[in-house]
Design a protein around this ligand. Structure first.
Ligand SMILES: *[C@@H]1O[C@H](CO)[C@@H](O)[C@H](O)[C@H]1NC(C)=O
Length: 134
């Protein structure tokens, strides 16, 4: 009798635990942020190559035309680096940094002739990094 009661308790609790943990995972998923990158280099610069990665995720290299954008998800709350190559210039920067970016939904980056600019609202920009020449 006792063993059967344990079995019933087990069978009842497993689905509850599964649904609780999936709702926690769902919340984490909703909180995840997006990295937006815009190529605002001068006309004639040609497409740039952009690559973003964390220690667990690598989105690979993407070509981004002048005036176009690229975006990728922050899947785990970890540091994400992006790097860009435009002609003979190279930049690499912290595209998502948990301590800096907190619970913000979006981190915007403008890649311009005079540097790499951060915004959280896609409107006010602060320069965070510079291009280097290969
Ligand atoms: C950011 O703002 C620019 C200029 O208003 C707009 O063209 C672009 O679509 C916006 N980007 C995003 C990801 O909302």
């Amino acid at each position: 009798m006792g063993g059967r009661n344990y079995l019933v308790a087990f069978l009842v609790s497993v689905p509850i635990i599964i649904s609780l943990s999936s709702s926690v995972l769902g919340m984490q998923h909703k909180q995840s942020a997006t990295i937006h990158i815009t190529n605002s280099m001068p006309k004639g610069s040609g497409p740039m190559q952009v690559r973003c990665k964390s220690s667990h995720t690598d989105y690979g290299m993407h070509l981004v035309d002048e005036g176009d954008g690229y975006r990728c998800d922050v899947r785990e709350r970890a540091l994400y680096y992006c790097m860009a190559i435009s002609g003979r210039r190279v930049a690499s920067w912290h595209a998502f940094q948990p301590r800096r970016d907190g619970n913000r939904k979006a981190v915007y980056w403008l890649l311009k002739d005079d540097g790499i600019f951060l915004s959280w609202d896609n409107s006010s920009w602060v320069r965070k990094s510079m291009w280097e020449t290969e």
